[in-house]
Design a protein around this ligand. Structure first.
Ligand code: PLP
Length: 384
């Protein structure tokens, strides 16, 4: 059988078999509604609270600071709209960056339509927001700063601790979208100093459609989902018990694999990248290599269209991406690479390779040979 290698883990990742094992009973015998008083309900409630501890432990947070959501998108929306609504009428300036995920960008654009003022900071050619720019943008009426932890396209880590120091001094709330860092690198909410944080289960071998929001104990926001009294009145809707159990187990397993991600996976990524740069002249890495999550590489190949390369690699069983999954299928160039002001050719030739702890050395050897061979072939056809 033809070899298949999946290098699109920033879009979604395969579920760990141990996660699947943990959630199965909650589809079958343990199907109770966690709000019910009888034993079925109580079993579901206990499972949710166990999962809440697992998520809280991964972030060094308290259990009551974790709210379950239906994914990263809802967590981002709930954080941004929740803060904005709690401040309505007393000022409204929000600071974010131009390289955020659409879940943040579109939430901010919606706030603009409602009369809030939003500053979209640039991230420079290396895909990193400058702390000085945040400092300069802060004003009397700033209510919220929302800057992602790790960028989903180029993997760059943002200076979250430094930004948090500024917002803390001025009593301004700080949210970070940590969907691409939680589960991959250690994330400690106290060390980062953030007030709100979003995460998503399917990015680190958990189930799709489940995520969580961390809200620091002292922070009050207006609930985004209204209805029943679930999640202590902070997020209405019958809990997705199997999903939440799976998220908890994924967090537990992620905590055990940080070391592997930071050494083995980072080495595999670096070796792969070096191989490409050496063997394919005219290749360039996008984003700052020294400040990235260990599992992401984004490269442009001169003279090669990213979309054409993606399709050719797919024929060889290698799954990669040209940008964020939600914008793939559209011909719109990546808003992240555009915000980094890379040239047109570099943007059009960009490919994201995203690894996970399930990747082996043989997988990366195959990926390297396949990309070298495919890029060379496309280039020779163009020249010929
Ligand atoms: N934020 C970032 C940085 C992401 O990469 C994604 C998913 O691609 C999301 C938010 C949305 O998460 P979800 O797919 O769980 O809604």
């Amino acid at each position: 059988m033809e070899r298949r290698v999946y290098l699109d883990n920033n879009a979604t990742s395969p579920m760990d078999s141990r996660v699947l094992e943990a959630i199965q009973p909650f589809f079958l015998n343990e199907f109770g509604n966690a709000a019910s008083i009888h034993a079925y309900g109580q079993h579901a409630r206990a499972a949710i609270e166990r999962a809440r501890s697992q998520v809280a432990d991964l972030l060094s947070a308290k259990r009551r600071e974790i709210i379950f959501t239906c994914g990263g998108t809802e967590a981002d929306n709930a954080a941004i709209h929740g803060v904005a609504r709690s401040f309505a009428g007393s000022g409204g300036h929000v600071i974010t960056s131009a390289i955020e995920h659409p879940a943040v960008l579109k939430s901010c654009q919606f706030l603009e339509q409602k009369g809030f003022r939003v500053t979209y900071l640039s991230a420079g050619e290396e895909g990193i927001v400058r702390v000085e720019d945040v400092k300069e943008a802060l004003s009397q009426d700033t209510i919220l700063v929302s800057i992602m932890h790790a960028n989903n396209e180029v993997g760059t880590l943002q200076p979250i601790k430094e930004i948090a120091r500024l917002t803390r001094q001025q009593g301004i709330l700080f949210h970070t979208d940590a969907v691409q860092s939680v589960g991959k690198i250690p994330v400690d909410v106290h060390q980062l100093g953030v007030d709100l944080l979003s995460l998503s289960g399917h990015k680190f071998h958990g189930p799709k459609g489940v995520g969580a929001m961390y809200i620091r104990d002292s922070v009050q926001t207006v609930p985004f989902m209204l209805g029943g009294s679930h999640e202590r009145h902070r997020r209405a809707g019958t809990e997705n018990v199997p999903g939440i159990v799976g998220l908890g187990e994924a967090c537990r397993l992620a905590g055990e694999s940080h070391q592997d991600m930071e050494s083995r996976i980072a080495d595999l990524r670096d070796r792969f990248e070096e191989g490409l740069l050496q063997r394919l002249p005219g290749s360039v890495v996008n984003g700052r290599p020294s400040s990235r999550v260990p599992h992401t590489a984004n490269l442009s190949f001169e003279g090669v269209e990213g979309e054409a390369l993606l399709v050719a690699l797919d024929f060889k069983g290698l799954a990669v991406s040209t940008g964020a999954a939600c914008s793939s299928g559209s011909l719109e160039p990546s808003h992240v690479l555009q915000a980094m002001k890379l040239g047109r050719g570099r943007i059009q030739g960009a490919i994201r390779f995203s690894l996970s702890r399930m990747i082996s050395e043989e997988d990366m050897d195959y990926a390297l040979e396949t990309v070298v061979e495919t890029v060379s072939r496309i280039r020779s056809v163009r020249v010929g």
